[in-house]
Design a binder for this molecule. Sequence first.
Ligand code: G1P
Length: 285
Amino acid sequence: MTDAIRPPQIRVAVIPVAGKGTRWNPITRSVAKELLPVWRRTSASYAFEEAIAAGIEEVIFVVSPDKHGVFEHFLRFDASDLGARYQGESPRHLHERVKVRACIQEEARGLGHAILCAENDVANRPFAVLLPDEVLMENGLSRIIGITPSVLLMEVPYAQRSHYGIVAGHEHHGRVTITDLVEKPDPALAPSGLAVTGRYTFNPDIFDYLRTQEPGHHGEIQLTDAMRRLTADHPISGVIYRGTRHDVGQPMGLLTASLDFALKDPEYRDQVRKEVEALLHTDAR
Ligand code: G1P
């Protein structure tokens, strides 16, 4: 019997925050969508904290030239709150343990291109990717961090298949061996209802595929297309996430995420419940 191949422990994560956020116009003319509040934190804080709670020690933000504010926000991250909520670590220890850096995506050429911009900073190490538009109420990255390459998947309704990367594969007890991926397919042509949720792990060889990737959906360099070529050479594992997820990249998701956190906040939940009930009562009249 051969020993299972253990992937090296992943300590670095890439969080792309260079998107223009056009769905949020006119707000995003002056404020980055990643800094919009979801309950009492900025929307991108949740992906950042999920990474740290999963053991990440270095976070690389991919920013656009006009979005330095996002990086500055995380450079001064609130270690006191984070330490108390996640690991009981002291703020000083957290600041020593977690490094935050930024690299610049000069042109908006798609998610695959954004990840490629982080190649030098990733420096030949296995790494994770977290898309901050996806807020997961349970730690999704920790489910896949021990498997490379891998991706977190979630079953989505038929009509939503055209909003995501969709995979084909064989499922066995919540694990999927991925055989194909398609970026935002027509629902009728989608190979399944399993969508990529925005949590990935890779070995540095993904950069070889990204560097040679032709533009795809929307004329952009798609991470999904590079992963599709990767599956021909190396299997990618999928893990199915069954927890709650909010898409804070759009207004309804931002609102429901805020409400979800507010209703779980021991300091405010009773008050929030009362306020919501009063609003529903007024609305029903
Ligand atoms: C990106 C990916 C897509 C993935 C989605 C998850 O799309 O390209 O494959 O399913 O994130 O949120 P975006 O939503 O950035 O257009």
